[in-house]
Ligand binder design. Structure first.
Ligand SMILES: NC(=O)c1ccc[n+]([C@@H]2O[C@H](COP(=O)([O-])OP(=O)(O)OC[C@H]3O[C@@H](n4cnc5c(N)ncnc54)[C@H](OP(=O)(O)O)[C@@H]3O)[C@@H](O)[C@H]2O)c1
Length: 239
C-alpha cells in the first residue's frame, strides 16, 4: 500500500511581524503553507509567532539588508520543503516626516534603497534556483507612490519605482518564474502612520482586507505584471 505524503509548499515573507506581512503570513499558514518570516525586532517577531501559533511558521529575526540573514532565510526555506513563493514585503519609508528631495540626505536615501531595492533583488537572486525548480512565484510589494508624483514621496516612491522596474524586467528575463508587483493600497499600519505623522488614519482599511486580492493573484496566476489590490481582476474573495 502506498501512502501519499502531503508536502507543505514553502513561502518566504519578509516583514512578517506586523502590518500586511503578518496578515498575509496568517492567511498562508491557514492555507497549509510553511512560512519563513522575518523582521528586525526579535521580540515582535516572537510575539507574532506565538499569536499565530503554527508549527509551520519559521520565524528568523534579522535585517533583509544583511547578506548572512538573507542566506539564513534561503537555507531555512529550502530545508523546509519546495520553495514556491518569495514575497518581498519588508520596506523602509525613510525619515518621518518625509523630506523633500532637495533636502534628502544621501545616507537616508541609501538606507531606503538598501531595504526597498537592493535587498529584494539579492533575495530574488538567491531564491531563483529553488523557485525555478518549483514553478515558483515572486511578489514584490509596491506602492502607488511608485507611479504617482506625490510631493514629499521622492525617496520611498522612487525606490518603489525601481522595484517595479526590477519586477517588470525580471518577468521578461525569467519566464520560468511568475513575477508580480502587488500594490496593497492604503492600509492602517505602522508604516502608514509614519507616512502621515500625527494624522488620524483610523479610516484606512486593516491590512487583512487586502489579503484576499493577493491570494487571488496566486490562485489565478494572471500574466506577469503590476497589480493593485483594488484592480477588478484580483479584488474580492479568492475563488
Ligand atoms: N501601509 C500602507 O498604506 C502601504 C501602502 C502601499 C504599499 N505598502 C507596502 O506594503 C508593505 C508592507 O507595509 P506595512 O505598511 O505593512 O509596513 P509595517 O506595518 O511597517 O510592517 C513592516 C514589516 O517589515 C519589517 N521590516 C522593516 N524593515 C525591515 C528590514 N530591514 N528587514 C527585515 N524586516 C523589516 C517590520 O518589522 P521590524 O520593524 O521589526 O523590522 C515589519 O514586520 C511594504 O512593502 C510597503 O511599502 C504599504
Amino acid at each position: 500500500m502506498t501512502r501519499s505524503v502531503h508536502i507543505s509548499p514553502v513561502v518566504i515573507v519578509t516583514g512578517a511581524s506586523r502590518g500586511f506581512g503578518r496578515a498575509l503570513t496568517a492567511a498562508l499558514l491557514d492555507r497549509g503553507c510553511t512560512v519563513v518570516g522575518d523582521a528586525r525586532r526579535t521580540a515582535d517577531l516572537e510575539a507574532t509567532a506565538s499569536a499565530l501559533n503554527s508549527p509551520r511558521l519559521i520565524p528568523i529575526a534579522g535585517d533583509v539588508t544583511d547578506p548572512a540573514h538573507r542566506a539564513a532565510l534561503i537555507v531555512a526555506a529550502i530545508d523546509a520543503g519546495p520553495l514556491r513563493l518569495l514575497v518581498n514585503n519588508a520596506s523602509r519609508l525613510g525619515p518621518s516626516p518625509q523630506p523633500a528631495l532637495a533636502d534628502y540626505l544621501a545616507a537616508d536615501l541609501r538606507a531606503v534603497y538598501n531595504v526597498n531595492v537592493f535587498a529584494p533583488l539579492a533575495l530574488i537572486q538567491a531564491a531563483l534556483p529553488a523557485l525555478t525548480d518549483n514553478h515558483g512565484v515572486i511578489v514584490n510589494v509596491t506602492s502607488d507612490a511608485a507611479v504617482e508624483a506625490y510631493e514629499g514621496w521622492g525617496g520611498y516612491g522612487s525606490s518603489k519605482a525601481a522595484l517595479d522596474h526590477i519586477s517588470a524586467i525580471l518577468a521578461v528575463e525569467r519566464p520560468d518564474v511568475q513575477v508580480y508587483a502587488f500594490d496593497p493600497g492604503d492600509v492602517r499600519t505602522e508604516m502608514h502612520q509614519a507616512a502621515f505623522p500625527g494624522e488620524d488614519i483610523s479610516d484606512r482599511p486593516e491590512p487583512e482586507s487586502v489579503v484576499p486580492a493577493f491570494l487571488r493573484l496566486l490562485d489565478t496566476r494572471p500574466a506577469a505584471g503590476r497589480y493593485r489590490a483594488s484592480d477588478p481582476s484580483v479584488a474580492g474573495a479568492p475563488a
